[in-house]
Write a protein that binds this ligand. Structure first.
Ligand code: ADP
Ligand code: MG
Length: 607
């Protein structure tokens, strides 16, 4: 019998490899952009026609290739980036498999033009289905241009599987954003069907984020910056105002490479706690840097999956860092302004030394003058970090409770400072809402929600600090507790004492109240106790810590209700107390405490 085993022709082997690396036009975009970055480019242009189905071209000003390298680059396993097997375990460069160009050239028509700085002429190579069609010298700028035409022309099955133009374009732009976000110092241009979609100058990460998303995010971004022995975390998270019901503005990069990791997304979301609603996702662009030995990025060919040697540790660090940032921001939202020198992330283990945009206007003075009130939060957060090392239980509840992050919108606090200056009196609407004028608009505060927030933070603090609230002695008042709740209620008497309630069992269902917190209305103690016990029971489904449940339930039952008329003094006190809260935005149930209207919006309504 004759031999039946034969080697696959190179072009077919390439096509098979291509199936793994190149699924759609967006994959080509990703590979080409990454190659340009690896070549130390500072300006990169992406030109697309018909969502990449007709043309994908990347033009860069990087180091280019010699004539031999230009030819070699299309060979499978041709790479200038791996010299030995060991290199595979590091993810120092963007691409590292030496397969991309060979794969692309096997399923499209490719034209490469490249010149190194010291060469007089550029090399032009045309290649189609892995066959070199043409090679010649030509004039060209230093750098490389790779044009990929008619992708999948020889793999009709693949071509048929492509989605509509608008969907494919969306995938392309998604890849582009990931690359552009992780390289803010590189100038990028994107042109689709002769329309310029992006023109992004080389800049700081913050400006890049604004350039890619919305200018209006300017004051809604909260910087993260934490450095530990194991892990460095930087980037931005959005304040709760820009949380969305739909995903799409969430990015995590590990060693400057975009990754998908639900677990880490969850860490960030979790840090927002009650700041956002359960069905909302926060905005984030977060960069983690850690020793490449601690990760395995090669688990999936598209290189977006990643394994950490200690995922739980990363989770905890990330969560605490985000909390830290949110907490710090609430106290001092302006801290970040113009303070961009800190964000030029040191490339660390990533060997892309690049000319940093010159931005050396140090703002340390501003930061030091503002840092005093921040310290308390910082310390408790670091306490959280220390604990993680010893015991990686992520639910450090008591710790967390103390540091519930807050996030007043960028100019909210500064606007509020103007309340007093303007001396405009607040006024009440329908005995439910308080309207306050601020610099460029007005706020409408929901008095009930706001008061819940105020009491909640006050109570939680007392409970966690094991201090007692100042008490007011009463002529004893008796209250009744339903039989089936007596055991629970007895359990809560001690913590209730810390909140200022001096309550004694009088046998059976009867209790006597001797003291209540100062400032408390003593007319409806029975009501308050009923609601409190009811709330506490309901909240037991929520996996809250005991202190948190207590603080929540008591805040809900004791808070000022809607329908109560307030004096000017009472309104002002409520406004002040609300904005002294760590998290004035929402009450612990996620309900908004106030909404803002800007004059612009109002003006628009009048058309
Ligand atoms: P890899 O990036 O994994 O090395 P590729 O197939 O993507 O494999 O690229 C092969 C080689 O071609 C690279 O290692 C690099 O030397 C060269 N190359 C590709 N694109 C460029 C570019 N834009 N500028 C300079 N060299 C490039
Ligand atoms: Mg590559």
């Amino acid at each position: 019998m004759s031999d039946i085993i034969s080697l696959l022709p190179e072009s077919i082997a390439n096509q098979i490899a291509a199936g793994e690396v190149i699924q759609r036009p967006a994959s080509v975009v990703k590979e080409l952009l990454e190659n340009s970055i690896d070549a130390d480019s500072t300006v990169i242009k992406l030109i697309i026609k018909n969502s990449g189905k007709s043309l994908i071209q990347v033009v860069d000003n990087g180091k280019g290739m010699s004539e031999t390298d230009a030819r070699m680059s299309f060979e499978r396993h041709a790479t200038s980036k791996i010299k030995e097997a060991n290199d595979l375990f590091c993810i120092k460069t963007m691409g590292f498999r030496g397969e991309a160009l060979a794969s692309i050239a096997s399923i499209a028509e490719v034209e490469l033009i490249t010149r190194q700085e010291d060469q007089e002429l550029a090399t032009r190579i045309k290649i189609k289905s892995s066959n070199i069609q043409d090679q010649e010298y030509c004039q060209a700028e230093t750098g490389t241009s790779i044009a990929v035409r008619n992708l999948f022309f020889n793999v009709p099955a693949r071509r048929k599987f492509l989605k509509t133009d608008s969907v494919e374009l969306k995938y392309i732009l998604e890849e582009f954003k990931r690359v552009a976000l992780s390289h803010p110092d590189i100038k990028f241009k994107v042109i689709h069907n002769d329309n310029e979609l992006y023109n992004l100058p080389g800049t700081s990460l913050k400006k890049r984020v604004l350039g890619i998303f919305r200018k209006s995010y300017e004051e809604k971004l909260i910087r993260i910056d934490e450095d530990t022995d194991i892990l460095k975390i930087s980037g931005f998270v959005g304040n709760p105002e820009i949380a969305r019901k739909q995903k799409g503005e969430q990015y995590i990069f590990v060693n400057n490479r975009f990754i998908k990791n639900h677990y880490l997304n969850h860490a960030i979301k979790n840090a927002y706690d009650t700041l956002i609603q359960d069905d909302q996702v926060p905005f984030f662009i977060v960069f983690l840097e850690l020793d490449p030995d601690r990760i395995d990025i090669n688990v999936h060919p598209s290189k977006q999956e990643i394994k950490f040697d200690d995922e739980r540790l990363v989770y905890n660090y990330l969560k605490v860092s985000v909390k830290h940032a949110l907490g710090r921001y609430s106290l001092s939202p302006q801290l970040d302004f113009d303070n961009e020198q800190s964000e030029i992330r040191s490339a660390g283990s990533i060997p892309h030394p690049r000319r940093s945009p010159s931005n050396h206007f140090s703002n340390t003075q501003a930061s030091t003058t503002r840092s005093a009130p921040v310290m308390r939060n910082w310390q408790s957060l670091y306490k959280g970090l220390d604990d993680i090392n010893l015991d990686d239980d992520e639910d450090n509840t008591d710790q967390d409770d103390l540091t519930i992050p807050s996030a007043a919108s960028g100019d909210l606090l500064s606007n509020l400072c103007h309340i007093e200056n303007d001396e405009k009196e607040p006024f009440q609407l329908h005995n439910n809402y308080i309207v306050v004028q601020i610099r460029n608009g007005f706020l409408i505060i929901n008095q009930h929600h706001a008061h819940i927030r105020i009491l909640y933070e006050r109570y939680l603090k007392k409970l966690n600090q094991r201090e007692e609230l100042i008490q007011k002695q009463l002529f004893p008042i008796s209250v009744q507790i339903a039989k089936d709740k007596i055991d629970l209620f007895n359990d809560l008497l001690t913590p209730l004492k810390r909140l200022g309630f001096e309550i004694q069992s009088f046998g059976g269902e009867t209790y006597v109240v001797h003291g209540i917190p100062a400032g408390f209305d003593d007319n409806n103690i029975q009501d308050i106790m009923d609601t409190f016990v009811e709330q506490y029971l309901q909240n037991m489904n929520l996996e809250l810590s005991k202190n948190e449940n207590l603080a929540r339930s008591m805040a809900m039952s004791a808070a000022l209700k809607g329908g109560k008329s307030l004096s000017n003094e009472e309104m002002k006190a409520l406004i002040n107390d609300l904005f002294a809260c760590e998290m004035p935005y929402t009450n612990p149930n996620g309900k908004k405490c106030f909404i803002t209207y800007e004059l612009d919006e109002l003006e628009k309504q009048f058309g």
